[in-house]
Design a protein around this ligand. Structure first.
Ligand code: IMP
Ligand code: MG
Length: 179
């Protein structure tokens, strides 16, 4: 029994993922040709993507990590709490927030509001997966790997109850795996 046996469909295989990451790497390298962007990875869903993305970039980068946890069920006010803050200040830095997936947008909108108060030189967002159907808060995502339909997806860093992050593809779980 392998992990991928739990998948109903594969939305993006390893080849497809590589192509999207390389495209994003080219876009970001072009836009930041005269700057060294500071990438902030939102734990934990973005770490697999981050590891590939930074190696697809032709410009110097620095990285930092933040971990946030919702207060129970996220509310429309976007009440979340920082579990592990950034190690470094971001004042005057060219920040790119790296997310694995954006769903309602609550997590990201909270983060962006928080980061803006720290006076970065610029603030952009790069998400591997964008699920617009569930969006509660309107936000602009500057770099997107894939737009996907309103399905719960796992793999390539994304989890279901902390599992499946190590699946090398992005897929939808079988109902039997969602106990
Ligand atoms: P948002 O605040 O609703 O945008 O959701 C952000 C977080 O919800 C992501 O960082 C994921 O941890 C989780 N999430 C939302 N949709 C999915 C999914 O389809 N698969 C795995 N995690 C998801
Ligand atoms: Mg999760």
């Amino acid at each position: 029994m392998s992990l991928s046996d739990d998948l109903e469909t594969v939305l993006l295989d390893e080849e497809g993922i590589r192509a999207e990451v390389e495209r994003l790497g080219r876009e970001i390298s072009k836009d930041y040709s005269d700057r060294a962007p500071h990438l902030i990875s939102v734990l934990k869903g973005s770490v697999v993507f981050l590891a590939d993305l930074i190696r697809a970039l032709a410009v110097p980068v620095t990285v930092d990590f933040i971990s946030i946890s919702p207060y129970g069920t996220p509310t429309p006010s976007g009440v979340v709490r920082i579990r592990k803050d950034l190690d470094e200040p971001i004042e005057r830095r060219d920040v790119i927030v790296v997310e694995g997936i954006i769903d309602t947008g609550l997590t990201l909108s909270y983060l962006l509001r928080n980061f803006r108060t720290r006076n970065p030189a610029s603030l952009k967002v790069c998400a591997f997966v964008n699920k617009r159907a569930q969006r509660i808060i309107d936000l602009s995502v500057d770099y997107v790997g894939r737009e996907i339909p309103d399905k719960f997806v796992v793999g390539y860093g994304l989890d279901y109850r902390q599992r499946y992050r190590n699946l090398p593809v992005l897929g939808v779980l079988k109902p039997s795996a969602l106990e």
